[in-house]
Design a protein around this ligand. Structure first.
Ligand SMILES: Cc1ncc(COP(=O)(O)O)c(C=O)c1O
Length: 367
């Protein structure tokens, strides 16, 4: 049996008949950048997330960048975030000349540890970017209280968390900005790059719309400097179709996760810990495993896909060396980077495939 980490072809097969005619409609319209599909997508996804506005942009990375630009982040401003995330979370901060300030993570959820945030706040701190890692909301209650106390902007990196919630509130709705990615491998994936910024603030929504189009408003008049962060019509058309299935796909991922949880319960690996009140969308199902690299190879030898998100924490990346971090600064993050392994969790997996993955893991530790 083969079990790839992700099988996008299996998902495509279920919606191909709907997708192809709609792409053809976009081609017939010759409307490619922004336009009616993007507007309809923005309306529907805002409703889905439960926020007032959604602004379609070119990628999750650009969603973060444009949100930071809209928040007027300037060189030397400090932004608190996690080092256990995809590069773009901190890369977007650095690109504006601002400084990412990394805080260690909770050893169970791997999200930023709110109890360590306050000691990193200085007079230069302007914002917090919590990441809802692997599809589970960060502790937004505590983060929200800290942000309110110090008047900090919250920019959620919800790239991995479309449809996730905490205590009935959807990710993308906790901060002033919610940033999403529609990279093809995401739970809601486009046929190329795409992203979104959500907000409940009228003025912020207007600013984001202007910034994604070079800062113009009206056309060819520029009051601020933005960029080309527009979302394509074809991507919006694909996303509109996929959005109809997102809840059922996420539900199936949760069922798959429950099977793994059960089969691995007595093993030495640590299965994901979901905080009370959280609905996780399992963008990744990530275990912490002793002898992780050997297990990774053993799974690969048995034709099972697995991946390490992320092998090197951001505070130790060469490109951030001038920030002055060293090994040992974020002990939990560093330890977890050596242990995590993400298993196949996509919604088209069969129970047999999940059982095969779990049995192969048990076999590795019993041999
Ligand atoms: C946590 C996180 N932030 C930001 C991004 C960037 O999104 P994109 O790849 O759409 O630019 C990703 C995508 O992998 C992500 O996982």
């Amino acid at each position: 049996m083969q079990v790839p980490l992700l099988d996008l072809k299996a998902q495509y097969a279920t919606i191909k008949e709907e997708i192809l005619p709609e792409i053809s409609n976009v081609c017939d319209s010759q409307y490619f950048a922004l336009g009616p599909w993007v507007t309809e997508f923005e309306e529907k996804i805002a409703k889905y997330v439960g926020c007032k506005y959604a602004v379609g942009v070119s990628s999750g990375s650009d969603a973060l960048l444009v949100a930071l630009m809209a928040a007027d982040i300037k060189p030397d401003d400090e932004i608190i975030t996690t080092a256990f995330t995809f590069f773009a979370t901190a890369g977007s901060i650095y690109r504006l000349g601002a400084k990412p300030v990394f805080v260690d993570i909770d050893p169970d959820t791997y999200n930023i540890d709110p109890s360590l945030i306050e000691e990193k706040i200085t007079e230069k701190t302007r914002a917090i970017i919590p990441v809802h890692l692997y599809g589970q909301a960060a502790n937004m209650k505590e983060i929200g209280e800290i942000a309110a106390r110090y008047k900090l902007v919250i920019i959620e990196d919800a790239a991995q968390a479309i449809g996730a919630s905490a205590n009935g509130v959807n990710c993308g709705n906790f901060g002033s900005y919610g940033c999403f990615s529609f990279y093809p491998t995401k739970n809601l994936g486009a046929f190329g790059d795409g992203g979104l910024v959500t907000t409940n603030d009228d003025a912020i929504a207007e600013k984001l719309k202007s910034l994604r189009d070079h800062g113009q408003k009206p056309r060819y008049y520029y009051n601020m400097i933005g960029g080309n962060f527009r979302l394509d019509s074809i991507q919006a058309a694909v996303l509109l179709i996929k959005l109809k299935y997102l809840d059922q796909w996420n539900e199936k991922r949760r069922k798959n996760a429950a099977i793994y949880d059960n089969l691995l319960a007595e093993s030495v690996v640590k299965t994901p810990k979901i905080d009370e009140g959280n609905v996780c969308i399992y963008h990744q199902y990530t275990i912490a495993a002793p002898k992780r690299d050997d297990l990774n190879k053993f799974l690969s030898d048995n034709k099972i896909g697995s991946a390490i998100f992320y092998p090197q924490p951001l505070h130790l990346q060469k490109c951030f060396s001038e920030l002055g971090y060293k090994q040992g600064d974020l002990p939990v993050t560093e330890k977890i980077c050596d242990q995590v392994l993400s298993l196949p969790i996509y919604s088209e997996l069969s129970n047999e495939q999940i059982e095969f993955v779990a049995q192969t893991i048990l076999k590795f530790y019993n041999s």
